[in-house]
Design a protein around this ligand. Sequence first.
Ligand SMILES: [Zn+2]
Length: 511
Amino acid sequence: MANYSGVQAESPESPQRGETPKTEKQRARLKRHLRKANLDSPEAKRSTLRRYISSDSSCDEDEGGTSTQISLNMRRGAISYDSSDQTALYIRMLGDVRVRSRAGFETERRGSHPYIDFRIFHSNSEIEASVSARNIRRLLSFQRYLRSSRFFRGTTLPNSSNFLDDDYNGQAKCMLEKAGNWNFDIFLFDRLTNGNSLVTLTFHLFNLHGLIEHFQLDTMKLRRFLVMVQEDYHSHNPYHNAVHAADVTQAMHCYLKEPKLSQSLTPWDILLSLIAAATHDLDHPGVNQPFLIKTNHYLASLYKNTSVLENHHWRSAVGLLRESGLFAHMPLENRQLMESQIGALILATDISRQNEYLSLFRTHLDKEDLCLEDENHRHLVLQMALKCADICNPCRTWELSKQWSEKVTEEFFNQGDVEKKYCLGVSPLCDRQTETIANIQIGFMTYLVEPLFAEWARFSNTKLSQTMLGHLGLNKASWKGVQREQSNGGDDTDPAFEEMDSDVVPQERLS
Ligand SMILES: [Zn+2]
């Protein structure tokens, strides 16, 4: 990592040397925008720039009625203002800078390691022509366009602690008051917060649980950390995106409120649980571990083909924690302990190791020896809680659950399409020709969700647990109805799930 004083002409790795004057022009334009945005602090500048760089490769600006395209997609890295010299723009290049050639890389996210060319998920053509600013605008949702255009008009308040957009502020706040309700509609909340559900909800929960006060957190650093987390989720993933992370965080909050936990958990436990929930799928590439292994992705060798994605989510979370300096005021040993405990929570979400965790939990329940005064026992309970939160979709109301089912299947099928196209062998559950949502969901519920939630209900036999099991039963019945309609009474479960009843669940499954 190197710091470059002033705006560097180009990355040493850039193949676009011929385009230097154009990029200088663009950078000059960016500087103008920064001045226009009238940002108050170096922190705000940095955070806004980060957002600017990592949102989309091109952005529209209406300036005097003229639509102007600004493209910074030829380099990857973070841009920051040095606090001692606010007039100089520093561009910090990451070690593994990627560039976009004319042949086309998808612009990579800051700090995003598992590079996959996602254009092949969305396009049949090998090489796609560059997308014009107007097309980008068309592709943006209304909410995202509104947010970006507000920024360029300089009407955002980057230094304000109130970061909900004005239009929907009231409704989003209203929803936050019910953040502990099991029927919380995260999709609606995400729309009301203009795509900021993860930042808004997690910030609120930190406040609600008294963590900001207890750990003397700097609210701007906290917000900045959460913005980085949210941005490091891939919004083009149909399922593994920031909304899923927000949903898991909301579910985790519901579990933390359960009597057995709320009576015994310390602020430290709650802090780790919320951070782990919010970051548990950080930088997920939208494909599963077997895909990374068979495509010889370096992450697979880095983590020796074991919990590859989970290890990457954890290490990405650690990177953001350190970069944000959120806990810089804590002793080093506390920070190290935090990092390893967050790791243990995130690694527990590896679905291929579910039986391992479930057997341990079941043994404790059989022996009735769980003692929540014991830190290790509390930690196991939190691992189970996060596992439940991660796969709780079938335990939500049908309206919510169905949407999640469609999204996760879309992600599987996208992977299957790529596998077919490149003759990689289609992974189980990923073939849109042979699989159906109903089959996949019935197998998922039978072999993974029901066993987990049955044990959780034994541990925490509350109204919430009964509600979740109730929805689970109803949803499964609904999918069986769909399945009957589609197959006129075929098999109840997807054969791909049946082997999951063995001790070790194959890793081709959900991740
Ligand atoms: Zn997840």
